[in-house]
Design a protein around this ligand. Sequence first.
Ligand code: GLA
Length: 520
Amino acid sequence: MHAPKAEYSFVRRSGLALAIILLVMASLSLSLVIARQSTPDLTGNWAVRSPNADGTVRTTYFNLKQEGPRITGSIRVTQFYYVITESTGGPDGFTLVGTMKDGANDRRVQYEGKLIGDELHLTTRRRPEDRPTELVARRAPAGEGAMPARIPPPALRKVPDNGLASTPPMGWNSWNKFAGRVDDATVRSIADAMASNGMKEAGYVYVNIDDTWEAGRDAGGNIQTNKKFPDMKALADYVHKKGLKLGIYSSPGPNTCAGYEGSYGHEEQDARTFAGWGIDYLKYDWCGARTLYTDEEMPAIYQKMGEALRKSGRPIVYSLCQYGRVEVWKWGADVGGNLWRTTGDIRDTWDSMTRIGFGQNELAQWARPGHWNDPDMLEIGNGGMSETEYKTHMSLWAILAAPLLAGNDLRSMSPAILEILTNRDVIAVNQDKEGKQGSRISKTGDQETWARPLAGGARAVAIFNRATEPATLTIPWVDLGITGKAQVRDLWEHKAIEVQGPTFSVTVPGHGVVMLRVNR
Ligand code: GLA
């Protein structure tokens, strides 16, 4: 009896020990599971730093506060400042949705991520169908990248006319072709080309550097150039020696569209700097200001730089770039603007160019000497359209009294492209000193006729064919404002047209134009 009892108690005791061991193991692995599955605390300031080729750094900040699964805070992506409005946070990762007001609309970003070690590994996509971009954020000092405090907009007052741009500005701008790759050597060689290939003689004068020339500020708050532009004053001197003028770009926000340093809070200082360098033209691009100001505050914000340029004492053409919001054509001149963009960015496609160009009809009454509607820079020669389409582009911009800022590589264009850009007859229409913008006079299906009144009672007429196939039209001369006595010239064929019979019979190529000048 004893033996079995001993055996039993042994079994009982070892059973108990086993149970304890199992229990300890179970609780250990449970706590391991709990430890592994607990939600990491993302609270803090995080930065993704992506170096640009010019020595500047593009930084995205995540300022996060985590309470359980909920993450709040902000995301600053160069020019955009989002408040986190939706989030999920868990042991397996997190999702952040940022929202900001951009004019009348909301703009959103979404990031998915996971804390790995002390790094946030993130993915984001511009559109759901895009491949995700992968980013790594590391801890950044508290406060770095925080939005500066809002400076209240000034009271509205009219900025006196600067007397510049009595005809639409003509020149070149770096953005369409070079974007972030523009540098001192490129600008010099573009100026060389413009001064020697006939463009200067045809009227092109401004050589405009767009976004990405900027670096940060020095201790005195003076804006610095990055290594692509070692000496802006020397560059201006070079361009001036060629008989040309130099333009530059900035933003009323803390950052430009490409995320570079903007003029926010430094308007007068920057205007003085630009004047000191010898700058003749400023394109001032809203982008970064949308995080601090509403669209309704735009006039006051643009006025600020308008006044600063005036105070600088140098004649500087002032180009407003805010994509045509809040009917800029009604107030652009009052804030000192010589021209104002009327639309979003042009692209080098037939659709983009025609949507913008043919969409300007309602704005004709607002253009006048010194103050122009700007349907964006030319894409002529950038390769996305045919020569016929580029002639349409040039003709339409001439009828619209639009600034003619070539956007191609002037050093390597074909003779055909140079001929389009330097067509004296078409340029004469664009530069007509009466400064009246043209408008549509008739439209039948894909064919439309636009006309522009010119000085001395003359008139420019452009018959556009927006269809892909050629179109033969028979138009009564009177519908074109042409009477038997008028002299009519074809501005692309460079020859006179005889006004015979009651109608004008003309074949317009697909996506093409026939452009006439009528002298009385
Ligand atoms: C905006 C403007 C463009 C160009 C870029 C530069 O998109 O509309 O013309 O200046 O910014 O970043």
